[in-house]
Write a protein that binds this ligand. Structure first.
Ligand code: 5AD
Ligand code: FES
Length: 354
């Protein structure tokens, strides 16, 4: 019986690698069929697929965590507005520009401005920062990861020079979405944002947490089908990691095994996708980012935030790299990638059109 299941799962992998598509029920079967053997076969195919497109290059993005104020109250997130223990901060325009200048010297050619949904960052304020960044570093891409905004706001930011936008869809199942978020937030608006961003001309990233509370093979199959259809330029997936000051504090973290399995599947679904080995993955396993790259990921996002705020941008417990300087993180990742036969490149790292 076990052999039969293995053979069937194997056929699914081959089909996925060839056609980049499975039905939702086949995705369910593939997720349920996960074991070490299937995982390593999947990873081999995923690594070959990424090497054919990106060889051994790993792209970097300098992450600048600009604010941990957030008006939302997502049940899993450590910077939710209901967490009164969080020490709040926001960076000034000058601080953001100086992080980027330091990053430029270190070889970063993409800056990701990430923050909670902080009303302080109005369109005027954020557009000013984006255009100053682009003026200072015209050869760099600016990525925003600032949550849900209106279509007009996304358009203004794009016109100010923003190139990319990251907004994880969190889950493609509306019922699951409602279990992870308070009733003021809606699945429909999340999806509206992603389609508006695409329509305006951004390179768009979606994504989800692996092992988020109430996730099932069925909800994951919907995530995979959504990725197959939406074809995001970027896709951020990392394990769910509990935060002690949230309602989900006792929910178990996602696992290494499931994270690598899903990274490999996503590489096969959409071969050119920019797929980061996330900091959350490095948090649950000291070798997490290496394992991510060896499962088909091709991006790392070291931290460029000023050292004194890193600990405060705490979406989950035990976040790594909170004590290091930017230069140390860059060097550390450079060494880690070299050790597994890859190299960090000095490049904007745009998606390769096939
Ligand atoms: N564990 C892992 N990832 C988290 N995020 C938020 N909270 C957590 C957590 N506890 C992720 C969400 C969000 C992104 C910025 O960080 O997916 O979109
Ligand atoms: Fe930050 Fe290793 S990447 S210390």
């Amino acid at each position: 019986m076990e052999e039969l299941t293995d053979r069937l799962t194997d056929e699914l992998i081959v089909k996925l690698a060839e056609k980049h598509s499975l039905s939702e029920s086949e995705y369910v079967e593939l997720i349920r069929g996960r074991d070490t053997d299937i995982g390593s076969r999947l990873a081999k195919l995923a690594v070959k697929t990424r090497k054919d497109i990106y060889s051994n290059d790993v792209f970097t993005r300098g992450l600048i965590e600009i604010s941990n104020y957030c008006k939302n109250n997502c049940l899993y997130c450590g910077i939710r507005c209901g967490n009164h223990n969080a020490k709040r901060y926001r960076l000034t325009e000058e601080e953001i520009l100086s992080c980027a200048a330091e990053g430029y010297e270190l070889g970063f050619r993409t800056f990701v401005l990430q923050g909670g949904e902080d009303p302080y960052f109005s369109d005027d304020v954020l557009c000013g920062i984006v255009s100053r960044l682009k003026d200072a570093h015209p050869d760099c891409a600016v990525t925003l990861s600032m949550g849900e905004r209106s279509r007009e706001s996304y358009k203004r930011l794009f016109d100010a020079g923003a190139d990319r936008y990251l907004l994880r869809h969190e889950t493609a199942d509306p019922v699951h979405y409602a279990r992870l978020h308070p009733s003021e937030m809606s699945f429909e608006n999340r999806m509206r944002c992603l389609y508006d961003l695409r329509d305006i001309g951004y390179q768009v990233g979606c994504g989800f947490m692996v092992g988020s509370p109430y996730q099932t093979p069925e909800t994951l199959a919907k995530d995979l089908k959504f990725i197959e259809e939406f074809k995001p330029d970027m896709c951020g997936i990392g394990p769910y990691v509990p935060h002690h000051d949230t309602p989900f504090r006792d929910m178990p973290a996602g696992t290494v095994e499931e994270t690598v399995y899903l990274l490999s599947i996503i590489r096969l679904i959409h071969p050119p996708v920019l797929l980061p080995a996330t900091t959350a993955f490095g948090t649950i396993d000291p070798q997490g980012r290496e394992k991510g790259i060896q499962a088909g990921a091709n991006v790392v996002m070291p931290n460029l935030s000023p050292a004194d705020v890193r600990k405060k941008y705490e979406l989950y417990d035990n976040k790594i790299c909170t004590g290091e300087e930017s230069a140390q993180c860059r060097q550390c990742l450079d060494d880690r990638m070299r050790a597994i036969g890859y190299r960090l490149v000095v490049d904007r790292g745009d998606i390769k059109e096939l």
